[in-house]
Design a protein around this ligand. Sequence first.
Ligand code: MG
Length: 171
Amino acid sequence: MLNEKVSGLCNDQINKEFYSAYLYLDMAVYYADQGLDGFANWYRIQAQEERDHAMLFLQYLENNGVRVTLDAIAKPDKVFACHRDPLTMAYEHEQYVTSLIHTIYDAAQECKDYRTMQFLDWFVKEQGEEEKNADDMVKKYDLYGSDPKGLYSLNSELAGRAYSAPSLVLD
Ligand code: MG
């Protein structure tokens, strides 16, 4: 039986992860409209990863006998004024998601919920990777994005990103 506060935060996280998916899908839509199909591909795959994260939280709660409550997903309301905007916003967003994961971890630690702490360990590591990827995107764009040929090459590189399922699998 999970602690009520911990299970409540995990339930909230399902919604936050679906919102992340929505946010990245909105970025993909923006880049597709701008003719940057590689950037669009990158964020479509990012959206898929966020849906996977949501489903992992959902599965974890179900496995622990918690009745999940699905809430409305907020509308993505970011306004992108230039090609760089989604990249910096994505980096800020990942830092925010890291703080959410850490808050759940703190709650689990407080009530000695070792099972949830172990489940969250994967997400702690994953957030390290997400933040690095997002930061790398900003750095790459700043190095190459201002030149049309550089932007073309970067777009081609991002077109090569392929989806892979999360390494965490819950039975
Ligand atoms: Mg996520």
